[in-house]
Design a protein around this ligand. Structure first.
Ligand SMILES: Nc1ncnc2c1ncn2[C@@H]1O[C@H](COP(=O)(O)OP(=O)(O)OP(=O)(O)O)[C@@H](O)[C@H]1O
Length: 330
């Protein structure tokens, strides 16, 4: 199926009218001065006993510039995580090319590959599974700081305290001494975000990074993540099955919708939400609206706080970088 030509959101959120997914995206991506990371006609098939079992990703092209957010949305099994794994270098594509700073990952030396993998960090769905249960928060954060940057113990501790403050976990002495099981889900995910930032990545792949969190704290974690990435000009590939979350997190940037391993629509967030062009996008939007109405109705019958509105306010409220809900620990 041909992929639509689509305008992309440039850093800062202004669509530049170019093509960023599907046929032609790579050509344009190569000419972009600000291209940081790009997939060009990437495919991934999984085989079993030499037989093709599934085409998880089929001819996908996309590009990310510094500080740019691209939300990848689609139903379960559409290939989102496979793209995330390809971008982070955890999975090799079976076709196409991945470029970092204009260099093809497939031709990189071992040293360059190491730098590529450090520069593209993954924040996963389950922070419990991604944090070592036997290490305190301080041990988790100090290791990369001393190992990769060769910082002295004192300098690493100072940097760790700043990172914990950045994700709203203060005082650092209190949180540094805790093990993952002594933290709430929201706190664990903040530690996972802080850890991914220790190596000063240029790209973050957030794969369903908040979907296990209670809706009441989801917004604050997303607001924190967005503010940090804006402040550091880190590009984000934000993977989610939830179009409502993508709409909020990707405001001013762009959304790519995936179905059966292909990107069927990739446009600036506001345009895609206001006038979806693909039938599948329209179905996703209708489902998101239905879910929103259902939650609001449930809120009216429950004297609890209106969580959806709270999430909207937290995500859309434009917390100043580095503040957000700092000091209000979830
Ligand atoms: N290691 C693997 N071996 C074989 N098939 C795989 C493997 N990993 C993924 N797949 C298949 O590839 C397809 C895409 O999977 P992927 O995890 O990328 O989808 P997804 O959109 O991220 O789904 P979800 O939202 O449920 O995580 C699915 O059909 C899945 O079963």
């Amino acid at each position: 199926m041909p992929v639509r030509r689509a305008a992309r959101a440039a850093p800062g959120g202004q669509p530049d009218g170019g093509v960023s997914s599907g046929v032609g995206a790579g050509r344009r991506g190569r000419s972009r001065v600000s291209e940081l990371l790009a997939l060009e006609h990437v495919s991934k098939t999984y085989r079993q006993r030499r037989r093709v079992v599934v085409t998880a990703v089929d001819d996908v092209s996309l590009a990310l510039g510094p500080g740019e957010i691209l939300c990848l949305v689609g139903e379960s099994g559409s290939g989102k995580s496979t793209i995330g794994r390809i971008v982070t270098g955890l999975t090799a594509p079976t076709g196409g090319e991945v470029r970092h700073d204009g260099r093809s990952v497939s031709t990189m030396t071992r040293r360059e590959l190491r730098a590529h993998r450090l520069g593209v960090q993954l924040v996963q769905q389950d922070p419990f599974a991604s944090l070592n249960p036997g290490l305190t928060v301080a041990q988790t954060l100090l290791a990369p700081l001393t190992r990769h940057f060769g910082l002295s113990r004192a300098a690493a501790r100072e940097r760790m305290a700043a990172l914990l403050a950045d994700v709203g976990l203060t005082p650092p002495e209190l949180f540094g001494a805790k093990y993952p099981h002594e933290l709430s889900g929201g706190q664990r995910q903040r530690v996972a975000i802080a850890r991914s930032l220790t190596v000063e990545p240029r790209v973050l792949v957030a794969d369903e990074a908040v979907s296990m969190l209670d809706v009441s704290i989801r917004g604050s974690v997303l607001a924190k993540l967005r503010a940090l990435c804006e402040e550091r000009q880190v590009a984000v590939l934000f993977i989610t099955h939830d179009l409502a979350v993508a709409r909020q997190f990707g405001r001013g940037h762009s959304i790519a919708v995936m179905q059966h391993g292909r990107i069927v629509e990739h446009r600036p967030t506001s345009d895609l939400v206001a006038a979806p062009e693909h039938e599948y996008t329209r179905a996703l939007l209708a489902a998101a609206r239905h879910e929103g109405l259902r939650r609001r109705a449930a809120d009216r019958t429950t004297p609890r706080r209106r969580q959806d509105e709270q999430v909207d306010a937290q995500i859309g409220g434009g917390h100043p970088a580095g503040t957000g809900d700092a000091g209000r620990v979830q």
